[in-house]
Design a binder for this molecule. Structure first.
Ligand code: SF4
Length: 353
């Protein structure tokens, strides 16, 4: 990895400090920040309002992180676009652009691979490779905006990786994308999804932002959750629920619980009633997800009637429930599948050569 300073990962305060340390005037940092985060340039030479001397100093000490688009698959059904980006060390990550009535939303990755071991997820099959830097999270959004010409109004950190396993970089990313000198995307338009890293849920509550929290729950207790998620070996259901209560009490914000319905595993009426008891009194919303089939994984999607019944039971106990629109099925929109197809293809090709 380069020893140059990753200037796009600096928030404005850090950039101010850095610029002052070079004996430059403070206003230069706002100019540079605008070039990086609003105009999206990838060369200091393009920063035409800076002095030549400063451009030279920056070129010698800093790098501007860039991602290269390798692929973009578009769904004919609903226009969802899935992007595959190559990072500077040749690793690949995927991101998704989804269009809704209220605007365009981008789902970004926060890590290369993932170590959390959710059993329905393609991203974790090869384990964790590395954390993404704030600049690499930002670049996924900037690159999609540039490519599509569409303004992005919402961000979900729900692609490959466990964002709370890369907590400091995640929080820096949020600070930069939310800053009014940057893209100025409102905190309420950002959602972070975790599989339930309990200590970070407490930290996130204490950070007291307006960023939305989603938790991949997928079960109403440890015994069923264990069939789907390895995180139960680190934190029990009760510990998770205690952290959720702390979060809602501290922030007065609602949690979204993601619940992928898997045939014969977690989709019975008993599962639904148990879930209503576990979530009783908690400020929350449940998002039911008809699971995408993942190659090599033994899980099947629940049928439509079962999904509707599950929703009815939750609503009968006054739990707000939605069924997530299945977006981009034909472009492998589920977490990690496109990256995995690409990695498998590259491995096969290098074996052949
Ligand atoms: S679902 Fe998310 S947290 Fe779980 S293994 Fe996949 S990427 Fe990691």
């Amino acid at each position: 990895m380069s020893r140059l300073i990753d200037i796009k990962s600096l928030d404005l305060d850090e950039l101010n400090e850095f610029i002052l340390s070079m004996n430059e005037k403070k206003f230069r940092s706002s100019q540079i920040y605008t070039w990086l985060h609003q105009k999206g340039v990838h060369s200091f030479l393009e920063m035409t309002n800076l002095s030549k001397e400063l451009i030279n100093k920056l070129s010698e000490t800093c790098s501007i992180v860039k991602v290269e688009q390798l692929d973009c698959l578009s769904s004919k059904e609903d226009g969802t676009k899935k992007f595959l980006f190559e990072l500077e060390d040749d690793q690949v990550v995927e991101s998704v652009l989804m269009s809704y009535k209220y605007g365009n939303s981008v789902c970004i990755s926060s890590q290369v691979g993932c170590k959390m071991g959710c059993k329905f997820c393609a991203s974790t099959i090869g384990g964790l490779v590395r954390n993404l830097k704030p600049s690499e999270m930002l670049e996924q959004i900037y690159a999609i905006e540039k490519f599509s010409g569409e303004k992005i109004s919402n961000i979900v950190v729900m692609g490959t990786g466990e964002p709370f396993d890369n907590y400091d970089n995640l929080m820096k990313f949020i600070k930069i994308i939310n800053s009014k000198e940057g893209r100025n995307i409102g905190q309420r338009n950002i959602t972070v999804s975790t599989c339930g890293i309990v200590p970070r849920i407490y930290d996130f509550a204490d950070a007291n932002t307006d960023v939305n929290l989603a938790i991949s729950l997928h079960a109403a207790g440890d015994d069923v959750r264990e069939k789907l998620m390895s995180i139960v070996h680190q934190f029990t259901y009760e510990e998770l629920m205690a952290s959720c209560k702390y979060y809602t009490k501290t922030t007065n914000r609602r949690i979204t619980f993601e619940y992928s319905l898997v045939k014969g595993i977690n989709d019975s009426k008993d599962d639904a009633y148990l879930l209503t008891r576990k979530l009783k009194g908690l400020l929350c919303h449940v998002n039911l997800i008809p699971m995408n089939n993942v190659e090599g994984r033994p899980f099947e999607k629940s049928d439509e009637e079962t999904i509707k019944n599950f929703k009815r039971i939750l609503e009968s106990k006054k739990i707000t429930t939605t069924i997530r629109r299945a977006l981009g099925q034909e472009v492998d929109a589920a977490c990690g599948q496109l990256r995995r197809s690409y990695t498998n293809k590259s491995n096969n090709e290098s074996k052949r050569t």
